[in-house]
Design a protein around this ligand. Sequence first.
Ligand code: HEC
Length: 156
Amino acid sequence: MQTKLVTLISALTVVFSSLAMAADDDPNLMLIKARQGDMEIRGFSAGPLFGMAKGDMPYDAEKATKLANNLKLLLQLDMGSAWAADTGNDKYPGKTEALPEIWSTYPKIADAGKEYATAVNELADVAGNGLDALRSKIGGLGDACKGCHDDFREKE
Ligand code: HEC
């Protein structure tokens, strides 16, 4: 009995570790991480801008300009290949929150990306011009992030 159990456990260990190896070798995991990294920097940069606009932290013109420019700089990256087909959460559950609708409704996401780019550029133009100026464009940014997440990102 004991021997059987030990054999079973070591057999399972082999199965799990070979699954893990296959996953680690999968180049799609690297591109998923890359696009998530892009999103993390968006969050890192946009977070304080939302905070200033809401009055949760003091407005700082220099900081607002730099953070909005971070978002603008990210627009320059060509991240297209990080969104390769068949890398949605149907194929990579637990690894990505990207919905298959990104590909099945293409080019809807590209339109969402263009709206986002417009919002970023408009915000970056005025972010350093005072709190009212920041507030006048922050809503457009929030809508652009949320609009795309609503349609194309797994709900938490
Ligand atoms: C055009 C669509 C789109 C726009 C615009 C967009 N996102 Fe995302 N975002 C996504 C998708 C899709 C994912 C899921 C990516 C994945 O898990 O592979 C995501 C994931 C994220 C994540 C989680 C990243 C992780 O580590 O899993 C954060 C944070 C994020 N977005 C922040 C933002 C912020 C902030 C903005 C606006 C400044 C924004 N996003 C704009 C589509 C978008």
